[in-house]
Design a protein. Structure first.
Length: 159
């Protein structure tokens, strides 16, 4: 990553980088591509747990993205200590993620990442992006819609 590129890393926990965070990553990548700024960004996603490392996103999330014309080849991964140094923004989905990431960051010397809720960018002020894993297709759609709202504002403020 070059110094001139910005970077974002959406993070979730409960489902281990297979639901919310890959949806946010794919939405943000599409928006950055459409805005012509994708080359200015390093975009990835991760989880605080290692539960599903190497797995594709949840099939319901993939179906939701496909419905909206978005493809992803993401594979689940766990957040590393290096991520706290190399990513400018680590955008988590809920208070539990925020707490865990702040705890992990304390063990990383000279980390630079700004750790915050992706929902803090939601113009509808829905700060928590709820985990849809135990829900329905409608719950994945709600996550998608919230990610669209949040990523739009995040991109506008940071491009």
């Amino acid at each position: 990553m070059t110094a001139s590129r910005k970077s974002s890393l959406p993070v979730c926990l409960k489902s281990g980088n297979i639901c919310r965070s890959p949806i946010a990553e794919a939405v943000f990548r599409k928006m950055a591509t459409e805005a012509g700024v994708v080359d200015n960004w390093v975009i990835d996603s991760g989880a605080t747990s290692d539960w599903n490392v190497g797995s594709l996103p949840d099939t319901r999330g993939l179906a939701c993205l496909k419905k909206h014309g978005i493809e992803t080849s993401h594979r689940a991964r766990q957040v590393t200590k290096e991520d706290f140094k190399s990513f400018e923004y680590i955008l988590c989905m809920d208070e539990s993620n925020l707490s865990e990431l702040n705890r992990k960051a304390k063990s990383v010397k000279d980390y630079k990442a700004k750790i915050e809720l992706l929902g803090s960018y939601d113009p509808q002020n829905q700060r928590i992006i709820k985990d849809p894993y135990y829900g329905s297709d409608e719950d994945f759609e709600k996550v998608y819609e919230q990610c669209v709202r949040c990523c739009k504002v995040f991109l506008e403020r940071n491009s």
